[in-house]
Write a protein that binds this ligand. Structure first.
Ligand code: AMP
Ligand code: MG
Length: 351
């Protein structure tokens, strides 16, 4: 299959509107279209068409018990696919939609089990990206879309990343440039008594508490507790892994830099090509290896935005080892470290 990449620069132009209509037609006919959202690029299919959903699993190599998030463009659409909308979820939608928040509801019979990985619940998000919203409308209103990467690889934050993974497997990629946030949505489950965060993201527990009061964090997310399985089926799988072996070094900055310098020297002595992930503040302190800055500790959003891109850059450089600082930054550090730890297979050196 030939993959067409369409650049979208201005939705007000006739030209771009035609491209969105064409992408919408592909979706309505049961095909796949990759598109930008504010979090990462998504791989879209008609969420109400079981055959279309199956194509997502095939294109990504995604395990079939890992459910998809259904993307909508307006609140009325939520009623069609859910059997109940709790009051607190409405308050959350009011505050955070459109935006990087996914909520889990009891599903209506409209939603096929192929889309929900066999579950009676459905994950729903209203993204805050003009191209995504226009495509949802053009494609019938309900677009199932996981991240548009091959299962296990870092999520795509540029159309070029999507092309590397999906070229020849899907008919169309909409290129809207770099995404703004760079890590996936926060997932909150409303099916229990107390709402529970199943995946940390840009919307923090603190922000949620301010709107609805008590919220729990899924204990299965804790890195040091392998016996407790996470509640979101997808969180148990290997994720975001670069080709190289990634090892995180955690501790006070001076000690971290010293240890990474030692580790790089040792690795290079044994003939390994080595990469280092530092920050704008520390990059100048590393003496060997391919050193890249993920962003600035003064602006943690920059770290989230470049996380997946930097892992893919090291893939292209064919390094054998990557040593990285850890990024438990104040606000979204939990979300960033959730991804980093998975990418590293939980290999952490404490200094
Ligand atoms: P992705 O689309 O790649 O960002 O992954 C979607 C995430 O949402 C996965 O971790 C899924 O397990 C999770 N998810 C989707 N639907 C549900 C659901 N009904 N219940 C719990 N988790 C879900
Ligand atoms: Mg994903």
């Amino acid at each position: 299959m030939k993959t067409v990449i369409e650049k979208i620069t201005d939705l007000l132009t006739e030209e771009d509107r035609k491209k969105i209509q064409e992408a919408g037609r592909i979706l309505k006919e049961g095909g796949l279209v990759a598109f930008p959202t504010e979090t990462v690029y998504g791989l879209g299919a008609d969420a109400l068409n079981p055959e279309a959903s199956k194509k997502i699993y095939a294109a990504k190599g995604r395990p079939s018990d890992n459910p998809l998030i259904v993307h909508i463009s307006n609140m009325e659409a939520l009623e069609g696919i859910t059997s109940e909308i709790p009051e607190k979820a409405k308050q959350m939608a009011e505050q955070f939609w459109p935006g990087p928040l996914t909520m889990i509801f009891s599903k209506s019979s409209q939603v096929p089990l192929e889309t929900t990985g066999g579950l009676e619940t459905v994950a729903v998000r209203m993204p805050n990206h003009p191209i995504a919203l226009a495509l949802i409308d053009a494609g019938g209103g309900y677009i199932a879309a996981p991240s548009a990467n091959t299962s296990g690889k870092p999520s795509p934050t540029l159309a070029e990343h999507v092309a590397l993974d999906m070229d020849g497997r899907i008919p169309m990629i909409l290129d809207g440039g770099a995404v703004g946030i760079g890590i996936e949505s926060t997932i909150v489950d409303f099916s229990g008594e107390v709402p529970m965060i199943l995946r940390p993201g840009y919307i923090t527990p603190e922000m949620i508490r301010q709107v609805i009061g008590e919220v729990r964090v899924d204990p299965g997310l804790a890195a040091d507790n392998p016996s407790v399985h996470p509640k979101a089926p997808g969180m148990k799988y290997k994720h975001y892994a670069p080709k190289a072996d990634l090892i995180l070094v955690n501790g006070a900055q001076e000690k971290v830099v010293k240890r990474i310098n030692e580790l790089v020297r040792e690795a290079e002595k044994s003939g390994k090509r080595t990469g280092v992930i530092g920050t704008d503040e520390t990059c100048g302190l590393y003496q060997a290896g391919v050193v890249k800055s993920i962003g600035s500790r003064k602006d943690e959003d920059t770290i989230a935005r470049h996380l997946y891109g930097i892992l893919r850059e090291f893939d292209e450089l064919n390094v054998d080892m990557i040593y990285s600082e850890s990024f438990s930054t104040p606000r979204i550090g939990q979300a960033i470290m959730n991804r980093m730890l998975k990418a590293a297979g939980h290999q952490v050196i404490e200094v």
